[in-house]
Design a protein around this ligand. Structure first.
Ligand SMILES: Cc1cc2nc3c(=O)[nH]c(=O)nc-3n(C[C@H](O)[C@H](O)[C@H](O)COP(=O)(O)O)c2cc1C
Length: 175
């Protein structure tokens, strides 16, 4: 067994005092997100989303948080993906922000629900054109025979949508 027990450091950035906790935990999240951005952490919006399959087996993957407010946290994904399918069967999920360079982490428990197409479209239109095209190409959670297949599909779609706007794929959404 590989022994990593000699990897350790002091965690001395200071603790969390009950007196410093705001009434609404989202206010603290907002402050900590601002601090994570100010600290120039790489990917401060990256969070692990845990879902479970029919056997109750959890699986986690990174997604990017795109919005949050008192009603919840929003990320965008392929609606045919494993995560979307697992959420459709069991919408209990957990989010985790690993802000360990700041000696912090945030865990969120809750129930996922899909955003309306109108809300998804609003965000989709703000994405760079290549990201819009990538949404068409990425069949998440399925096996690829070769990387070139994916790249080939991307360039095929790029040519197809060279002129005009890229439409919102029906299989792309937000949770
Ligand atoms: C830094 C990073 C950011 C990612 N952001 C997203 C995202 O915002 N939405 C998404 O669907 N997948 C994102 N992914 C890919 C997911 O981690 C995952 O591989 C993919 O969504 C398929 O997951 P699933 O098969 O469990 O559904 C990201 C991966 C990395 C490494």
């Amino acid at each position: 067994m590989t022994d990593l027990s000699d990897i350790r450091r002091e965690y001395a950035k200071g603790g969390l005092r009950r007196a410093d906790l705001p009434q609404n935990p989202m206010d603290l999240f907002e402050l900590w997100m601002t601090q994570a951005r100010d600290a120039e952490l790489s990917d401060p919006t990256a969070m692990c989303v845990a879902t479970v399959d029919e056997q109750g087996q959890p699986f986690q993957r990174i997604v990017l948080l795109k919005r949050f407010d008192d009603t919840g946290f929003v990320f965008f994904t392929n609606l045919g993906s494993r995560k979307a399918q697992q959420i459709a069967a069991n919408n209990k999920i957990s989010l985790h922000f690993p802000w360990h360079p700041l000696e912090r982490q945030v865990s969120v428990l809750g129930e996922a629900q899909a955003l309306s197409t109108a809300e998804v479209l609003k965000y989709f239109l703000t994405r760079p054109k290549d990201s819009q095209i990538a949404a068409w190409v990425s069949q998440q959670s399925s096996k690829l025979s070769a990387r070139q297949v994916l790249e080939g599909k991307f360039f095929e779609m790029k040519a197809k949508f060279a002129k005009g706007d890229v439409p919102l794929p029906s299989f792309w959404g937000a949770i």
